[in-house]
Design a protein around this ligand. Structure first.
Ligand code: NAD
Ligand code: ZN
Length: 455
């Protein structure tokens, strides 16, 4: 399984790196339990300095025992003591059960943070420096990701790479328009075979997948690159999920929607005659390669569609992410979605539902327009309705997205909304702590929908 999906998120690193602080933040964002092994040891066996007085081996034995128990428990965020990885058994178990992230720090910063803490291994600057060098070698071998902040580690834990350079042979499934505008940069003697699919949504059909199944010449070890917007990555991912019962794939999104939403989270799929995304699979991309330079050629209306998802994400995160420059904005949005995805990878616990803020209304408007109305523009209006029902100001949506009521068939939109819900009207609303699901009286929902529709 990819990265931290279904696995612990284990933080290793030197004392003073900030593992506990970052770990607590990661646990909050991913709704996972947090275990700080040092704290756990102190809770159960008393102060670490006293345990150390009985000799370091005794302490390490206890540490290993506590860690093994934690690793056998439910998926958590775990901050490990700096020396925990000295144990070979621990390292082995970590490799199998955790995504291991190295929280890096420079030696002077680490020393300034712990010199007065009374920790047994932080009493002498010179010895501290030597230990720092020794441990770095161990961390380096074990780490699957590194970073100094929660955001960054979240991206690493789902294998985000901020470069589109290909360094290995692959079959590329590319949006035909994107393939005319951009090339994937390659390093080394790399062979890329390209299969073109129709631009945008028209690629998401059984006929296109059928053609790809027959055209692809890949072994079980081969991998597929999806190069285009969300439509292309959806169809490339679905093809990868089904070809030879599943091969690895890499997403290289070229739209803003792709970078902040569609390429993240393992949902892949195509449309059937019955509707959108009705055939699909969870199949996490092995890597998500982000290169904001692709956005230079993106038409304005496609960018606007992406900004609707950015505003949605910023509202949920409680931060004005839409104000950031592209690179930072994409990182922050992708990290937020990654955290939600890691909290509930297969949508079994309903946590991913918050990502649907505004979407019930959006889907209704799309249906009411016979699917002529663009998803992003529908989301912008949907956000207005969701904020109104949440009793929150709508000025951000007005200022950044400036949505206008749209002329669609009211009855069809309402029928679609009711059909979508089947029974109680549960909507995602926004509160002080972010998104939550609540039941809303039918007439309030109807009024909110009506306000989005022009006569
Ligand atoms: N899997 C998921 O979790 C998920 C999430 C959100 C959306 N989606 C899906 O994503 C699809 C929408 O994707 P999208 O909004 O990224 O658009 P898209 O892939 O449909 O592309 C839209 C248009 O932009 C063009 N294009 C793409 N990149 C370009 C570039 N760099 N320069 C110029 N033109 C470019 C395409 O050729 C197309 O004409 C929908 O089918 C939706 O269901 C999936
Ligand atoms: Zn959306």
């Amino acid at each position: 399984m990819v990265g931290a999906v279904d696995k612990h998120l284990a933080l290793i690193g030197f004392m003073g790196a900030g593992k506990s602080t970052i770990g607590r933040e990661l646990a909050r964002l991913t709704h996972r339990p947090f275990v700080d092994t040092d704290e756990e040891i102190e809770k159960r066996f008393g102060p670490i300095s006293e345990l150390f007085e009985r000799g370091e081996p005794e302490f390490r034995r206890i540490e290993e025992q506590v860690l093994m128990e934690t690793l056998a428990g439910p998926t958590a965020v775990i901050a490990l003591g700096g020396g925990a990885v000295l144990s070979e058994a621990t390292r082995k178990r970590l490799r199998r059960t955790a995504f291991v992230a190295w929280v890096t720090v420079d030696v002077d910063t680490a020393w300034s943070r712990v010199r007065d803490s009374g920790r047994p291994l932080a009493r002498d600057r010179e010895q501290f420096g030597r230990l720092f060098e020794e441990r770095a070698v161990l961390y380096d071998v074990l780490a699957q990701g590194t970073g100094q902040a929660a955001d960054h580690l979240l991206l690493e834990s789902l294998h985000f790479i901020f470069s589109s350079e290909m360094a290995s042979d692959a079959v590329v499934i590319a949006d035909e328009r994107v393939a005319q505008l951009h090339e994937l940069p390659v390093v080394g003697p790399v062979m890329l075979t390209t299969h073109l699919v129709p631009a945008g949504e028209r690629a998401k059909t059984p006929a296109v997948v059928d053609r790809l199944w027959n055209e692809l010449e890949l072994g079980r070890e081969g991998w597929i690159v999806g190069f285009g917007g969300g439509s292309t990555t959806d169809v490339a991912g679905f093809t990868a999920a089904t070809y030879l019962r599943g091969v690895r794939w890499v997403a290289v999104p070229t739209t803003l929607v792709g970078m902040v939403d569609a390429a993240i989270g393992g949902k892949t799929g195509i449309n059937t005659e019955q509707g959108k995304n009705l055939a699909g699979a969870f199949h996490f991309p092995w890597e998500v390669r982000i290169d904001p330079r692709f956005l230079a050629t993106l038409p304005a209306e496609e960018r606007r569609a992406g900004m609707a998802e950015v505003v949605k994400t910023g509202l949920l995160a409680g931060e004005p992410l839409w104000e950031l420059p592209d690179d930072d904005m994409i990182r922050a949005c992708a990290a937020f979605k990654s955290a939600v995805v890691i909290s509930d990878p297969y949508e079994r616990e309903g946590r991913r539902a918050v990502l649907n803020l505004g979407h019930t209304f959006a889907h209704a408007l799309e249906a009411g327009s016979g699917y002529e109305f663009r998803h992003g523009d529908a989301v912008a209006l949907g956000l207005l309705a969701a904020l109104r029902l949440s009793g929150r100001p709508t000025d951000v949506v007005q200022e950044v997205l400036a949505p206008e009521p749209v002329r669609v068939d009211r009855d069809r939109a309402w029928d679609a909304l009711l059909h979508d819900k089947k029974g109680a009207l549960n909507l995602v609303l926004l509160g002080d702590e972010g998104g939550y699901v609540a039941s809303v009286p039918e007439r309030d929902v109807k009024r909110a929908l009506d306000e989005l529709i022009a006569d």
